[in-house]
Each structure stands twice: as structure tokens, then as C-alpha cells.
Design a protein around this ligand. Structure first.
Ligand code: SAH
Length: 363
């Protein structure tokens, strides 16, 4: 197919050498190849890019996350200093909006040591520009903070990590891989003929042809963060689209220019994501001794944090056109048909911590 696409060329070469690649490897190469990977070569966000995220829709999102941080910091006993760590910060918009909101709680803002975990050099540059005037450090993975408690934020980060896929065949799970079609030489999905070394009890009633996704990279990232929280204190907030109970079904998707396309059509030039299995996330955190709160729907979370009041306050000083924009953004962030219910929010805390803001159990 598209041999002008360097990622397709290098995938084909690897498949010719090694045989079909598992889906997680395909996804990792397409998104993160050090020279040609999707996130390495571009800023994918915004109207001119491939997709939009909550912080890019409205400043209200990052501001409320900032207030969540301030509130959680108070509940943690106002640690000074503490690490404020964001994973996958995109353009840096969420952090900039959060820090602006934190200006209202100067002791918290002054105690924060900002760390950004970002692999994309293009996005690191944008983050540097967006956060000019703030002192921040960049990392490839969870940094060693020398025992500081950490508040960790990750919006649409876990969905970008590679997933494995398995296909139910003759009553067993078989790895799904990316190979080359014998007829056309293009990338195609193939099923490993040998059963995978997966727990046979996983989704035992899945029908023939069902697809099961697993995300060891998600579980490993969450486990690292949960271990930090249990050992050194702090809390984490994961916001992403996903599902709350173990389930089968394919969620891996490709998006280009705000439209879904075939997953194999344009690796390296389309965003690849998978829905987050929040049950698996919670288990990975619990295995480290942490306690999870939620997941709650993003709409519920933002309403509890006061997004309607924030929208009213912004509208009070806005032009009619800006007021319409604020209303539209509010509907997109909390509306059930938009991001309000598809997106979930999960907090990871120490076992003895009270439920953080937004996770209070309703009486
Ligand atoms: N949180 C931002 C951006 C979401 S896009 C927002 O809401 O707008 C996903 C982000 O995760 C990008 O910044 C991407 O470069 C980053 N990313 C993807 N894989 C990563 C990895 N393995 N480690 C660190 N960052 C990663």
C-alpha cells in the first residue's frame, strides 16, 4: 500500500524479518518510533490536527483540575515541597490552566515542583513555550522525586499506550498480529495459530471471533504511580475514555483529521488509541496497596467541582459570542452524548485517605 509512508516501510521490513508483529508492537512503532512515530513528528491536537481534548476545548477543564490539586494538597496536610507531575501533557494547556487556578492558593503553587512526563520532542517544545515563566523538568517516565509526595495528573495519556489483542478461536485465546497480505503485500491482521499463554479463565464465555484487549503498558504505568503514592504519599487523577468492568470487544481505533479511519491504513500518520479498562487500572493500583476512588463519569466529576459556577463566572465578563462558546464547551465537557459519560475519572490514593473532591459518595 502506502510505501511513501516511512512507518509502513519499516513495519513491512520488520514483518519480513521477524514474522507478524503483535498489535502492541505495531502500535508502539506507529506512535513512538524515535524518528517516524506519530507523536514524535507532530502536534496532533486542535482543529488543524487529528483530535481535540478536554483542556483544548476549554480553560475550565484545567482550572478545575488545578483546584482539585489544591484541595487534595490541603487534605494531604499541605506538603512542602511536593511534586506536581503530569503524564502526556500535550500542548501544556492543562498544566498552564491548572497553575493559573493555583495562583489562588499561593502556598500550594509555591510548594509545587513541576514535572512533565513526555516522550514527544515536538510536544515538549510546545509545553516549554506554554509554560514559559514556570520552572519545570521533563522526563521519559515517572521521575525519582527523592521521596516527595506527588500529585499526578494524566488526561488522555493511558489511551495512547499500546494494547495487545487476542482473538477467541476454537475456545481459546490466540494473539492477533499484524502481518502482510499474501495477495497484495499490504498490512493485514492475522491470528496466531497457537493458543496464547493467557489465563484460560479470562472471559470464558466469549463467543468465537471475540476480541480481548490487554494493556500491560497501562498496568505498568499505573503500578509505578501507585507505588510512589503508597511509599511517598500523594494522589493521582486519571481521566480517559474507557469502560469500568472487564469486557471483550475491540476498542483500538485510528483517527485522522477528526475522522475514524482503518487502524492499519496510515500508521505514523493517524492517532491510535484504545479505550482504557478502568477495572484493570484499579487492580494494578490495588496490587501496590493503593486505594482507588471512582471511576466517576467526567460530567459528574466536573459538576461536583463546580464547572457550572465557573462557566457562569466566565460568562459574566464575556461578549455574547464568547458566552456561546462557553455554553458549547460546557455541553461538550459534561453532556452525556458528548464527553460527559464516555470519559471517566479515577483517583488513586493511600488506603487511609478520605475520598478526594469529586468522588464523595452521594447519600
Ligand atoms: N493530555 C493532553 C494530551 C493527550 S495526547 C491533553 O489532554 O490535551 C497524549 C499525550 O501523551 C501526548 O502528549 C503524547 O506525546 C504523550 N505520550 C504518548 N505516549 C507516551 C509515553 N509512552 N510516555 C509519555 N508520554 C506519552
Amino acid at each position: 500500500m502506502d510505501d511513501g509512508n516511512p512507518v509502513v516501510r519499516l513495519l513491512k521490513r520488520r514483518i519480513a524479518d521477524e514474522g507478524p508483529l503483535d498489535v502492541a508492537t505495531f502500535m508502539a512503532v506507529a506512535l513512538a518510533h524515535p524518528e517516524h512515530g506519530y507523536y514524535v513528528t507532530r502536534d496532533p491536537l486542535g482543529a488543524a490536527g487529528d483530535f481535540t481534548t478536554a483542556p483544548e476545548i476549554s480553560q475550565m477543564f484545567g482550572e478545575l483540575v488545578g483546584l482539585w490539586c489544591a484541595d487534595t494538597w490541603q487534605a494531604l496536610g499541605r506538603p512542602d515541597p511536593f511534586a506536581l507531575i503530569e503524564f502526556g501533557p500535550g500542548r501544556g494547556t492543562l498544566m498552564a490552566d491548572a497553575l493559573r487556578a493555583l495562583a489562588g492558593v499561593p502556598a500550594c503553587r509555591d510548594a509545587a515542583r513541576i514535572h512533565l512526563v513526555e516522550t514527544s520532542p515536538v510536544l515538549r517544545d510546545m509545553q516549554r513555550r506554554t509554560l514559559a515563566g514556570h520552572h519545570a523538568a521533563w522526563h521519559e517516565r515517572l521521575p525519582d522525586t527523592g521521596g516527595m509526595p506527588a500529585l499526578v495528573i494524566a488526561n488522555e495519556f493511558l489511551d495512547a499506550l499500546p494494547v495487545e489483542q487476542y482473538v477467541r478461536t476454537n475456545g481459546a485465546w490466540h494473539a492477533r498480529r499484524v502481518g502482510l497480505s499474501a495477495d497484495t503485500g499490504t498490512l493485514c491482521f492475522v491470528t496466531d495459530p497457537a493458543p496464547a499463554a493467557l489465563d484460560a479463565a479470562l472471559a470464558p464465555h466469549a463467543h468465537e471471533g471475540a476480541i480481548l484487549e490487554r494493556a500491560p503498558a497501562v498496568e505498568a504505568a499505573v503500578a509505578d504511580i501507585a507505588r510512589h503514592i503508597v511509599d511517598d504519599g500523594g494522589e493521582a487523577l486519571f481521566i480517559d475514555y474507557g469502560y469500568t468492568a472487564h469486557a471483550t470487544g475491540e476498542t483500538l481505533q485510528a483517527v485522522r483529521g477528526h475522522k475514524p479511519i482503518d487502524v492499519l491504513a496510515a500508521p505514523g500518520e493517524s492517532d491510535l488509541t484504545a479505550h482504557v479498562n478502568f477495572a484493570a487500572v484499579a487492580e494494578a493500583a490495588a496490587a501496590q496497596g493503593a486505594r482507588c476512588h471512582g471511576p466517576v463519569d467526567q460530567g459528574v466529576f466536573l459538576e461536583r467541582l463546580g464547572i457550572r459556577a465557573r462557566a457562569r463566572a466566565l460568562s459574566a465578563h464575556a461578549s455574547p459570542a464568547q458566552r456561546t462558546d462557553i455554553e458549547t464547551a460546557l455541553a461538550r465537557l459534561i453532556g452525556p452524548a458528548e464527553m460527559g459519560t464516555l470519559f471517566k475519572v479515577l483517583a488513586v490514593a493511600r488506603p487511609d485517605a478520605a475520598p478526594p473532591a469529586g468522588f464523595e459518595t452521594t447519600p
